[in-house]
Design a protein around this ligand. Structure first.
Ligand SMILES: [Zn+2]
Ligand SMILES: [Zn+2]
Length: 474
């Protein structure tokens, strides 16, 4: 080949075809395709049926793994389900699919409709922290589908009245911990304001890093949804986590040190109070393209808008959180290499912990490994409480992490990941986040805890609690 002659056809690399199997729909094999999904071409009349089948299969395999084949009646009573709606795109798709598959007005077959009993929806409203309130548009949307919507406020997690409403033990007073020690000892003094919103702000503000704020809000949302599910006496909570969102959560969980409970990101059964709640994510294999196509073809409205995130107002000024970095990475990957996003989820599904869980974390209710906080207590990463220069003459201050004690503290009842969020070092503090700046009378080192976190009872307290049932000594 000479420099001036134009390249001939043999000199060029063969161009890779956009479609692996031509341009005809792989289902009906007659019509011209409209959309490429994971290298397969579908026409616009075969695609909805494929997506409905995919949704139904994911839901039924989670609800009843030993379900009989299509057409035969199920052996279990159809469970009532609660849909957890955030108001984002996947919430709209989830609501529409549930209506389409399981309502008389939708096109679901009679035997298939019986998979699910009564359907309710729950939304956790964080607008008290400054975000947009989505209650009205969501109510309108649910009304259109004939589904009842229950609204829970974010600060309800710190409201004693809500604790009674969801059936938790209401004899316990609110709990606070001392954040200045890595062991997070409980504080005996109960003085101070106890308005739920002030407590919520103080809780988020006392977190040591900006990364912990959205992560903690995610956990609080999950727990509020789970407790509300027990309140309405349902055993299944369905949320609209899509494939990229699931992959983001999986990578985040690993980054936060939550690898032990990685499997629970896909599917989990959580003991809440006296009930076991199954948390199901039937859209966990849906790519953004599939979600977008469903929204477009069904002309659905999205209350939060297409790219609004619930925790955007709580993003730290200037700094980037692990969650945001992971999200940018996965969404970029989804655009150029969608198969890799699905590989993250498939690989994580194969990871199993090497030992059985020793206990459940009191904060996130996820399984925790034995001695989750012991490793941290022995690490050499310590903060000096006084600047080096002034401490040269004075003796070294005692390390912040106290030796292992037997006193009742929060640290040894948390999982590794929650403990990391509460005690991570080197952070700039969540106080830098604008809406959390005002302290509301709380000292920086005092953290109020959500109402489901309870102290272990001492022997005396236990006696007091069950006193009326004990027989008198002769
Ligand atoms: Zn077709
Ligand atoms: Zn935890």
């Amino acid at each position: 080949m000479s420099c001036d002659a134009p390249p001939s056809k043999e000199d060029l690399m063969p161009r890779k075809s956009r479609y692996d199997r031509g341009q005809t729909c792989i289902k009906c094999k007659s019509r011209r395709g409209n959309l490429v999904i994971k290298h397969a071409v579908y026409c616009s009349s075969c695609l909805p049926a494929m997506l409905v089948r995919k949704f139904r299969r994911a839901l039924s395999s989670s609800l009843d793994p030993a379900a009989p084949s299509r057409g035969t009646p199920s052996r279990i009573l159809p469970p009532d389900v609660v849909l957890g709606l955030s108001g984002g795109p996947s919430s709209s798709v989830l609501l529409d699919l549930v209506w389409k598959c399981f309502s008389v007005e939708g096109s679901g077959r009679k035997d298939e409709r019986r998979q699910v009993g009564k359907v309710r929806a729950v939304h956790v409203d964080w607008s008290s922290l400054g975000g947009r309130c989505l209650v009205e548009p969501l109510k309108e949307l649910c009304e259109r589908y004939g589904i009842e919507l229950e609204v829970v406020k974010g600060e309800d997690a710190f409201d004693p009245a809500w604790r009674t409403a969801v059936g938790l033990d209401n004899s316990i007073t609110e709990i606070r911990v001392d954040m200045s020690s890595g062991r997070l000892p409980f504080l005996s003094s109960q003085a101070g304001p106890s308005d739920p919103l002030t407590n919520l702000r103080a809780h988020l503000r006392s977190l040591p890093t900006p990364t912990s704020v959205p992560a903690t809000m995610h956990t609080l949302t999950r727990l509020l949804l789970l407790h509300t599910t027990t309140k309405v006496r349902c055993s299944v909570l369905v949320i609209g986590t899509s494939l990229p969102r699931l992959s983001i959560h999986l990578l985040e969980t690993v980054a936060y040190g939550g690898g032990f409970a990685l499997g629970t990101e896909r599917e989990e059964i959580v003991s809440v109070g006296n009930a076991d709640i199954k948390l199901v994510r039937p859209l966990r294999d849906w790519s953004l393209k599939e979600l977008g196509w469903w929204l477009y073809s069904r002309q659905l409205s999205v209350p939060r808008g297409l790219d609004g995130k619930p925790t955007q107002e709580l993003a730290p000024a200037g700094g980037k959180t692990i969650g945001k970095l992971t999200e940018d990475f996965v969404l970029g990957l989804e655009r150029d290499y969608p198969s890799t996003v699905s590989t993250i989820s498939k690989t994580a599904a194969k990871v199993v912990p090497s030992e059985a869980a020793a206990y459940r974390c009191v904060y996130c209710l996820r399984p925790a490994q034995r001695d989750a906080s012991r490793w941290k207590a022995g690490t050499a990463i310590l903060s000096l409480s006084t600047p080096i220069a002034s401490s040269l003459s004075a003796p070294l201050p005692p390390p912040k992490t106290a030796p292992l004690l037997t006193e009742d503290n929060l640290a040894e009842r948390l999982c590794y990941s929650c403990h990391t969020h509460f005690t991570a070092r080197g952070g700039t503090g969540a106080g830098k986040i604008r809406v959390l700046e005002e302290s509301g009378g709380f000292p920086e080192t005092t953290m109020p805890l959500p109402v489901w976190v309870q102290r272990k009872l001492g022997e005396e307290q236990m006696k007091e609690r069950i006193g009326e049932f004990l027989l008198e000594d002769e």
